[in-house]
Design a binder for this molecule. Sequence first.
Ligand SMILES: [Zn+2]
Ligand SMILES: [Zn+2]
Length: 313
Amino acid sequence: MENNKIKDKGYTPENEIKIPPIYRIPPPVIQSINWLYNFFFPWWILYFAMAYLGYLFIQINPQIMLNFDFKLIALIWLKNFFFLFLFAGGIHWWLYIRKKQTLDYKYYAKWPTENNSKFLFKNQVKDNMFWSIVSGCTIWTIFEAYVLCKQATGGVTVYFWSEQPIYLFLCMILMPFIGGVHFYIIHRFLHIPIIYKIAHQLHHRNINTGPWSGISMHPIEHILYFSMIALWAFIPADPFIVVLTGIWFGIGPAQSHAGFNKLVLFKTKTLELADHFHHLHHKHFELNYGNIYAPIDPIFKTFHNGKTFPRKK
Ligand SMILES: [Zn+2]
Ligand SMILES: [Zn+2]
């Protein structure tokens, strides 16, 4: 079987990465609907559910939102930590501790590094957890708390879903795509050699990535990366969209960096898991800076489809 063949070398998806049909002019209707369906189901729905639960949690005492202080930050940090630990920790537990699908569909046929001095505590997973929880979760929280407080105190317009359902729906749906442009810009900046050395090398320690590698970044990278949440400090939205943006950027990378292209469900059924496009960035560095939802890489000739050998720098 295919999986037995690749067990020693790691898994390479058969299909080349294609620019989503929604970007073709004119977009092919059926293919575009199909692509959007696969984009939103099932992962987006899971993120949506997490964001909704998080939103209900922070609504328990609306008074807390009125002051940008330790109490507000602690409350939101706990919420964010809970979902990060549950999601990244859950995938890690299933695939890397229980090893439920052994190395099937894993890009690299090896487990995370232990006893390697390039990682904190000489351990890749502990290093990744440290940067994700201590720096990542905290900086994500500060941006989110700041915007929620600004919304609560009238610093930026807040719309209710009953007033502006179409506008809010568009904000919610377009956020990952706008976020893709933002990510491309900050990521190109992070690859300027001097900046890379200071602020981005830490994330690239992880070639053989796992769920905890997702937001294992230097604090400078966290500030740039989570600054996307600050968009809602200037553009009218509602608190749920702020929380959802945090979940998309804070939790989503645990999925995209999971290291396994697919998750095996019920023996034969599989579900797309990690992001092959971004895996190629961790493998080859100087390409695929953005993501496939907002394909800017093809414009700047930094796109690698997983089949054609990447250009040399
Ligand atoms: Zn990455
Ligand atoms: Zn990079």
